[in-house]
Design a protein. Sequence first.
Length: 231
Amino acid sequence: MSNFLPINTILVPQGAEYQAVCRGLRGVTGFIPTVVAIPVGMKPLLKYLQQGQFLVPESRVLIMGICGSLSDRYTVGDIVLYQDCIYQGKLQECDRTFTAQLHSSISQKASLVKSVTSDRVISSAAEKRRLGKTLAADVVDMEGFTALEFFNPAGVSVAMLRIVSDDCQHNIPDLTPAINSDGSLNPFPLVIAMLRQPLAATRLIRGSLTALKVLEEVTNLLFSGYSNQNF
């Protein structure tokens, strides 16, 4: 694997996901990629990427975070590696070589999946299942397609590794109103959304905590062996 370029940058949504990845890198020796906290959502992410210095040809970017399941096959805590992302009938593929290399490192723990990117939180279990069947997709997030559409034309290799935080059998609170235009979370609408659906909120919190712990662990697993694997 020594012929492969190193991972230059990890992009991860700001807040708890970013903090989990940083915790996973604590104590890791040797080369550690730059970890960048990105805004939540398609438009805020695109604006952020356009302002950044990420377009370095032949570099490698790993996008990490959590996602929602659209299929009974994937449940809370599952590790998934994206093959591609769909948005409004368009498809962007992740880098196959990069993804295969990551998969070989954690193949017993990770599943290869197809994803859909949404410009809002998909909170209804029925809508999740419908999306999964209609688009033949396994998981949903709010950043994947935008990142691939930005990086792929520039020759930047992208892989995406996420952890499932909510399944397709239960509703979650609609957090879309709590996401500011800059991709940050607004605490007050967030609390209101949680209070309106306390059972769904409790389930979401429990699932998110589980997923964040797995995110921390898989980050440590990947990069603890970095100097030996040199991927």
